[in-house]
Write a new protein. Structure first.
Lengths: 420, 241
């Protein structure tokens, strides 16, 4: 067996160029399969870390997944707002322990600005029910104060004490800048690995103040107020994007959900974050399965390439097989030689794919975290990834039995005189 | 119950008196062919004997050699090496027997191009512990030295050698570990006259030294005189008579 192994290695090395291409294509399909599996798992992991300890998310009536996406993940925009009075009514509900208001819509250099109340820092939980922690400074107290997420601070190089200007909407128009009412950064949050890292938090009253002299998304001409003048006005917010509710007793969650659905003053929707997340996965799973199917196809194609390269080379190797037969190798050893070669090529491809994957994670992990807020783990392959690896290895080895079988037949038919 | 004689042990082969190769009533036809290519009533090669088999191309020489080497198995008749019938052995056993007791030289392209010259010579020792043990350390080197290959070539890839050098390496490979039978299939056809004489000197000299029987097939009648016995294949093959 050892004799065969060294022969297989030397023989394969002799044809290294063609085989290297096969190794590369197997590496690529391994990278795809394991990469997509890893991304799938880590995205789910990250998403499910984003909110915990919140029993209900309430917003204007829309789809549950949509409400979850814009209220929790800052993906997409709310189509409708809910009234401040409705939020207050909910806060007064006998089963509700706490209520955190959320008002979105403005931005700062691509990061979402969220109006909320100081309760946010007291009640919001992420991951394993972890509270928000301040890396620097303090929570906002007064007007025109902002607490920024860790990614905002890191990407834009902000520290406490700096003054920043918010943009109306997504900041597409520079003219829309709320330049007349600059904010001061009073706190920087510790990293959470959730959308919080990419958010600037301000008080709802500040949000109201910068929009006092605006109507329908544009500043009223000739009516502009200075920051100090605005501070003198009534800054009670009028509308919100959503509210997060914590209940005194989780058992009441469904009855509260029903009551919200039947809310008299305006149409509202209450969702359980976990349930909405599951619905989201149901939608996403379709795409995921499509991606996995594509990568599986790529794997099949690259294994077909393996077979093609080895089979195509067989005719030139009939002389080699005859020599081996003459010195005492049996047809079964010839088959073993080919199977060994296929196994080695597949194994090399899989290992190379894993190495490239690890390298890519190490190099691009920080970028993905900053850009998309998704933290990728560098750890050992998960059970599902092992399954894919095993499938590629097993498939490659099985595929190499095909040329092996042909070589077996050839060496039986040729004997010592290959008819080339 | 009749006590059937157990097949003799492989290593008892080669005792004085047994034939190196023996063919009796051999008939062979390729699958799908309508006529026999070989019909040889009798062919006998004694241990240590050198036999020249003359025959034009296409008369079944290569088929006969494959049958003698136990790579092909006769449909009818008996082909035995060292007293052991090939057809009585399992295919795995035939392969091992061939590795242990036979050396084979092809017409050309004898060497694995990706192995060094030395590794090519030692190739039979990878498949046969018996050959490896009989060869011992240093025998590949001394064979190559006697074959006239300068030492700097030994570690080169076999593919870099000239045809004449390659055939001498092939002879060294067939002879390593002193197999009882050496079979050569037109090994000089690609060599010019000087190289041919040098090759024949090497092959016959080494076979004489180790006591190996040599079956040498060629259409070149000029070489026949150097052998103890000559056979004309068309004369002993009744298939096309």
């Amino acid at each position: 067996m050892k004799a065969l192994f060294t022969l297989a290695v030397r023989s394969a090395w002799n044809r290294r160029f063609a085989l290297a291409l096969v190794v590369a294509s197997i590496a690529l399909s391994t990278l795809l399969l394991v990469g997509i599996e890893r991304i799938r798992q880590d995205v789910r992991e990250n998403f499910s870390q984003a909110v915990s300890g919140t029993d209900l998310v309430v917003g204007a009536r829309t789809g549950p997944v949509q409400l979850l996406l814009y209220a929790v993940f800052r993906i997409g925009n709310a189509t409708n707002t809910m009234r401040w009075t409705s939020a207050q009514a909910l806060a007064q509900h006998r089963a509700v322990a706490w209520m955190v208001p959320i008002a979105l819509g403005d931005s700062h250099r691509g990061f979402a600005v969220m109006g909320t109340s100081p309760d946010y820092f007291a009640h919001f939980r992420h991951g394993q029910r972890e509270p928000l922690r301040l890396a620097q400074g303090r929570a906002f107290e007064g007007l025109y104060e902002a607490v920024i997420g860790s990614q905002v601070a890191q990407r834009l190089g902000y520290r406490t004490g700096q003054r920043i200007v918010l943009s109306h909407g997504d900041g597409a128009f520079a003219a829309n800048d709320h330049a007349d009412k600059p904010f001061t950064i009073v706190g920087v949050l510790s990293p959470t690995g959730t959308p919080v890292d990419r958010t600037l938090h301000i008080d709802l009253r500040s949000l109201q103040a910068i929009h006092l002299d605006w109507v329908a998304g544009a500043p009223l001409p000739g009516q502009s107020l200075t920051a100090d003048e605005a501070a003198q006005r009534d800054l009670t917010p009028r509308t919100l994007t959503a509210v997060l509710l914590g209940l005194k007793n989780r058992a009441a969650v469904f009855s509260v959900q029903r009551e919200v659905a039947n809310f008299r003053d305006e149409p509202l929707l209450a969702i359980l974050p976990g349930v909405a997340l599951d619905e989201l996965w149901d939608v996403v799973a379709l795409g995921e399965r499509g991606l996995l199917a594509m990568s599986a196809l790529v794997a099949v194609v690259s294994l077909a390439g393996l077979v093609a390269v080895i089979v195509a080379g067989l005719n030139e190797r009939r002389r080699e097989l005859a020599i081996l037969r003459a010195v005492g190798a049996g047809p079964r050893q010839v088959l073993a030689l080919l199977a060994l070669e296929g196994g080695m090529v597949t194994l090399l491809g899989v290992l190379l794919g894993l190495a490239i994957g690890a390298l890519a994670l190490a190099m691009l992990g920080g970028w993905a975290q900053a850009r998309y807020g998704i933290a990728f783990g560098l750890g050992p392959p998960s059970a599902a990834e092992w399954q894919w690896l095993g499938a590629v290895l097993g498939g490659g080895w099985m595929a190499s039995l095909l040329p092996g079988w042909r070589a077996y037949r050839l060496s039986l038919a040729d004997g010592l005189s290959p008819r080339i | 119950m009749t006590a059937t004689a157990a097949a003799p042990e492989v290593d008892s082969a080669g005792e004085p008196g047994t034939a190196a190769l023996q063919v009796e009533d051999l008939r062979f036809r390729w699958p799908g062919a309508s006529t026999d290519i070989l019909d040889v009533p009798e062919l006998h090669v004694a241990c240590g004997e050198t036999l020249f088999v003359r025959g034009p191309s296409g008369c079944g020489k290569s088929t006969l050699l494959s049958l003698l080497a136990g790579v092909l198995v006769a449909g009818q008749g008996r082909v035995a090496a060292l007293g052991q019938s090939w057809s009585a052995q399992s295919s795995a056993r035939r392969d091992r027997f061939r590795a242990d007791h036979l050396g084979y030289i092809f017409q050309q392209f004898n060497l694995l191009p990706y192995l060094s010259v030395l590794d090519n010579v030692r190739l039979p020792c990878r498949f046969s512990a018996r050959r490896a043990a009989r060869a011992g350390a240093g025998s590949a080197e001394s064979l190559l030295a006697r074959a006239g290959l300068p030492e700097p070539l030994w570690r080169r890839a076999a593919g870099e050698l000239s045809i004449g050098q390659q055939q001498r390496v092939a002879a060294a490979r067939a002879l390593i570990g002193g197999p009882e039978v050496v079979i050569a299939d037109e090994p000089t056809s690609a060599l010019d006259e000087d190289l041919r004489e040098a090759f024949m000197d090497l092959l016959l000299g080494e076979c004489a030294q180790t006591g190996s029987a040599l079956v040498f097939v060629s259409h070149d009648a000029r070489l026949a005189a150097r052998f103890a016995r000559q056979v004309d294949l068309p004369a002993i093959n009744r298939a096309r008579a």
